[in-house]
Ligand binder design. Structure first.
Ligand code: KIV
Ligand code: ZN
Length: 497
């Protein structure tokens, strides 16, 4: 079996998604989970983009031992200087530099020419090489770049010292056969190609990110850039769990990865929870329905022989079907154990506080699922908010004008407000606005239930426009009006002046 290098970009491409931003502590938590999952390279951020990103790369570099820690740059000297500085503590480090190579990028983004871009690519690679031995070069929009020119750039950057060359399908445009042929073309037409590892970075705009990455592997790529749950710009990136399991389920392909597959489920849940990014129910490998057999024919077949309808054992990806559901009678130890299985680290103080919320929820719901537990752990992450909801009372129903009365505290000082509205959520938000008096507009409002049943927890995702910027908020409660107001307040707490 030949190893395929897994380059994880959850903390860079994944984190670029609006609403998915993590603080440094959360990023370190994800990075450590990625290390124990067995990824080979962790792209920890784009250090020049913000002091927060720079700091995250510094701190991740300090705590990661086995995987290579990588920092992204443009083909700009200052980006490379800053990336090198952010990687100073990394045991194994890589600078990932690059530039757009398609005509779209050359003409419209850079107002430049192929020759000039080629020179910039060579210069950036040589400059990064002054700092680190391991330099990866990306040819942005390689999917739409003319193969003849792409081959020239690849040859030149390898000559300049690139150890890895990344061929991204930035816009997710290619078909698997076209993308595979692009890789074959490079292998056949770049004389020094054997001196570097060929990497692919596929986006999912047409739902082909994983298929394109697999086609590329079959044609000679040996590194794949992935994210947990396939999160990433727009429709996302190739999903790590899909690549790992495709290669495992098809040994005849002759490839394997270092991924410790029983850890897939817990990291998938914890990334979804930390980044407030729900996993679609029918998502391959990690979706709630991925192993659920609902039709009678399927259930009958699975009971007779699992393999009739299951191509992989859920345990191989860490889904424990016999997991004990937690109830109001479960103790702290059971809760702590479940959190550990789900990849959430807790100390005694934190567990006490999660347990308090757990009991309140267990009072309202008979059984507490994994998603509920993660939601409760998530509440802890957002505890330090400036504005807090103290109480909410609403009148609503058929033939009444909905009204809401709320009490909030802002940095410890209490305020009250009331309003009517065209529904209970509208009334509650107007009551909040009567206190805050800010010009803000609710742009997106999604209510999602975690499990099933009328006693379920509702998760609310909101986007609020303020001062020309969109802020993301999240709330979860068995009362969806409370969850909605909390999501709104969560977004306001992120406002920058
Ligand atoms: O999609 C892309 O092209 C990228 C590069 C920066 C690698 O994310
Ligand atoms: Zn990308």
């Amino acid at each position: 079996m030949e190893n395929i290098i897994i380059f994880d970009t959850t903390l860079r491409d994944g984190e670029q998604v609006p609403g998915c931003q993590l603080n440094t502590t959360e990023k370190m938590e994800v990075a450590k989970a990625l290390e124990s999952l067995g990824v080979d390279v962790i792209e920890a951020g784009f250090p020049v983009s913000s002091p927060g990103d720079f700091n995250s790369v510094v701190e991740i570099s300090k705590v990661i031992s086995a995987p290579v820690v990588c920092a992204l740059t443009r083909s700009v000297k200052n980006d490379i200087d800053i990336a090198a500085e952010s990687l100073q503590y990394a045991k194994r480090k890589r600078i990932h530099t690059g530039i757009g190579t398609s005509d779209f990028h050359i003409r419209y983004k850079f107002n430049s020419t192929q020759e000039e871009i080629l020179e910039r690519a060579i210069a950036a690679t040589k400059y990064a090489k002054k700092y680190v031995e391991d330099v990866e070069f990306y040819c942005e929009d390689a999917g739409r770049t003319d193969n003849v020119y792409l081959a020239r750039v690849v040859e030149a950057v390898i000559k300049a010292g690139a150890t890895v060359v990344n061929i991204p399908d930035t816009t997710g445009y290619c078909l698997p056969n076209q993308f595979g042929e692009k890789i074959t073309y490079l292998i056949d037409n770049v004389p020094n190609i054997h001196k570097a590892t060929l990497s692919v970075h596929c986006h999912n705009d047409l739902g082909l990110a994983t298929a394109n990455a697999i086609a590329a592997i079959q044609h000679g790529a040996r590194q794949v850039e992935t994210t947990i749950n396939g999160i990433g710009e727009r429709a996302g990136n190739t999903a790590m769990e899909e690549i790992a399991m495709i290669l495992k389920c098809h040994p005849s392909l002759g490839f394997d990865t270092h991924i410790v597959t029983p850890k897939i489920y817990s990291i998938s849940r914890s990334v979804s929870n930390l980044m407030n990014m729900p996993i679609q129910h029918n998502k391959a490998i990690v979706g709630r329905n991925a192993f659920a057999h609902s039709s009678g024919i399927h259930q009958d077949g699975v009971l007779k022989n699992k393999e009739s309808y299951e191509i992989m054992d859920p345990k191989v990806v860490g889904i424990d079907e016999n997991s004990i559901l937690l109830t109001a009678r479960s103790g702290r130890a059971a809760l702590k154990h479940r959190l550990a299985i789900l990849g959430v680290k807790t100390d005694n103080k934190k567990i006490d506080s999660i347990y308090e919320h757990f009991l309140q929820l267990a009072d309202k719901k008979r059984e507490i699922s994994d998603d509920d537990v993660l939601m409760l752990a998530g509440i802890q992450h957002s505890k330090q908010q400036k504005i807090k909801l103290n109480y909410l009372r609403v009148i609503s129903g058929k033939d009444v004008i909905p009204e809401a009365k709320i009490g909030i505290s802002i940095s410890g000082k209490t305020f009250e407000g009331k309003s009517s509205g065209n529904g209970p959520v509208d009334a509650a938000i107007k009551a909040l606005k009567s206190i805050l008096r800010k010009e803000m507009v609710l742009q997106e409002f999604v209510i999602q239930s975690i499990n099933r049943g009328s006693d379920d927890v509702g998760k609310v995702h909101m986007q609020v426009l303020y001062n020309g910027k969109v802020y993301y908020g999240f709330g979860a409660n068995t009362d969806i009006v409370v969850a909605s107001l909390e999501a709104y307040i969560d977004a306001i707490n992120k406002f920058k002046k």
